[in-house]
Design a protein around this ligand. Structure first.
Ligand code: TXA
Ligand code: MG
Length: 315
C-alpha cells in the first residue's frame, strides 16, 4: 500500500533546496524545532504571513514569533539590551523567545506583530531548522503548526493530521525533544515571563540576578488567552475518573498501571513529563476517550509550564 503521507519529507540536500525555493516563493512549510513543529513563512512577505493566519485560523491580534539563525541576522529588526545579551549567551540557540522593541526600519510585516511596536524573536536549536535559516536571506515567522486554540504538534504526523495536504512540505525532524512551546520573556521593560516553558523563571533569574516582574499586564501575550492548548475533549484537573471509560493522566511512580492510565513520567521527572504532555493528549483522543482527568502535577521547574498548559486546556 502506498502511504498517504506524501507531503512528509526526510531531510536531505534536495529537500533543503525544495524548501528554500518554496519559502522564497512566499509559500509556507512545516518545519521541526526542538520545542514543537512550526508553520514557517517569510517574515518580510505579507503574502506568506497571510497564508499562515488563514491556514491556522489564527486571530489577527495574536502576533507571531520571528525565528533567526543568530544575533547578527536579528539586529536589523530589533533593539537589543543587556538582559537580552545575557540570556542569549546562556540559552541560545534554544527554547526561549524574547520580546524586544522593533526597529523603525525593520522589514517585518505589521501583521506578524499584530501592529505592536515589539517583536518576539527566537533562535531555535534543532539542526534542520538551523540549516534552513542559515540559507535564507530573511527570518521565518513561525507559530506552532496547529489550528488555533488546539495543542501543538510534536511530530510530522501530528502536523499532517492537523492540515492534511494543505501544506506542500512537512519536514520530518523526528519527535520534538522538548515537547512544549518556548518560554516567552518580555525584555522591553522589567523582565517578565509571558509564557512559562522548559527554561524556568528560576533559570532566568539566575542569569539576570534580579527578581522577575509579577505585575499583571493587560494581555501582553495573546497566546495567554484563557482557552488554548485544547485537545478537543474536556480536561478535568485534580480529579480521578469514576470509571474506566475516561482517561487519567498521572505523574510519578505511586500510580498503578491501568489501561486508562497514562503516566507522563513514571520516574517522576518533570522534563520528561513536559515532553510527553501533548503526545499523550493526542494519543488519548485517538483512542476514542471522551474525557481526560488529570492528577496533580508538582508546580515547580517545568511543572509550572505543564500546569499552565493543562489549566488552559481545561477552560
Ligand atoms: O516554541 C515555540 O515558541 C514555537 C516554535 C514553532 O518556535 N512557536 C510558538 O508560536 O509557540 P505560537 O505562535 O504558537 O506562540 C507565540 C506566542 C504567543 O503566545 C504570542 O502571543 C506571543 O508568542 N507573542 C508573539 N509576539 C509577541 C509580542 N510582540 N509581544 C508579546 N507576545 C508575543
Ligand atoms: Mg501556538
Amino acid at each position: 500500500m502506498k502511504h498517504i503521507y506524501t507531503n512528509i519529507y526526510s531531510f536531505n540536500k534536495n529537500v533543503l533546496k525544495k524548501t528554500i525555493s518554496s519559502l522564497k516563493s512566499r509559500n509556507i512549510a512545516s518545519l521541526p524545532t526542538e520545542t514543537v513543529y512550526g508553520l514557517a513563512g517569510n517574515a518580510y512577505s505579507k503574502e506568506a504571513i497571510k497564508k499562515i493566519f488563514v491556514l491556522k485560523k489564527r486571530p489577527k491580534k495574536n502576533p507571531l514569533i520571528v525565528h533567526y539563525f543568530d544575533i547578527s541576522n536579528a539586529k536589523k529588526d530589533v533593539l537589543f539590551n543587556n538582559n537580552f545579551f545575557k540570556l542569549y549567551k546562556k540559552f541560545c540557540p534554544g527554547p526561549i523567545t524574547f520580546v524586544l522593541k522593533k526597529k523603525k526600519n525593520s522589514k517585518i510585516i505589521p501583521l506578524v506583530t499584530a501592529n505592536l511596536d515589539t517583536v518576539a524573536i527566537r533562535f531555535p536549536s534543532h539542526k534542520i531548522i538551523r540549516t534552513i535559516l542559515k540559507f535564507l536571506s530573511f527570518p521565518l515567522a513561525m507559530p506552532s503548526a496547529n489550528i488555533s486554540s488546539g495543542i501543538s504538534p510534536v511530530s510530522p504526523i501530528d502536523v499532517f493530521e492537523e492540515f492534511k495536504k494543505k501544506i506542500k512540505i512537512i519536514i520530518n525532524g523526528g519527535e520534538s525533544k522538548i515537547g512544549i512551546e518556548s518560554t516567552v520573556v518580555d525584555l522591553t521593560d522589567f523582565p517578565k515571563i509571558l509564557r512559562p516553558g522548559i527554561i524556568s523563571s528560576k533559570d532566568i533569574k539566575n542569569v539576570l540576578k534580579i527578581n522577575l516582574s509579577k505585575k499583571k499586564t493587560k494581555l501582553k501575550s495573546p497566546g495567554m488567552l484563557k482557552k488554548h492548548y485544547s485537545p478537543g475533549i474536556p480536561v478535568i484537573l485534580g480529579k480521578k475518573p469514576s470509571n474506566q471509560k475516561d482517561a487519567y493522566i498521572v505523574f510519578g511512580k505511586k500510580h498503578k498501571s491501568r489501561n486508562n492510565y497514562f503516566n507522563l513520567s513514571k520516574k517522576g521527572n518533570l522534563k520528561e513529563a513536559a515532553a510527553n504532555l501533548y503526545k499523550t493528549m493526542r494519543k488519548i483522543k485517538k483512542k476514542g476517550y471522551k474525557k481526560i482527568f488529570v492528577s496533580n502535577i508538582p508546580s515547580f521547574g517545568p511543572g509550572v509550564a505543564i500546569n499552565d498548559r493543562l489549566k488552559r486546556a481545561s477552560k
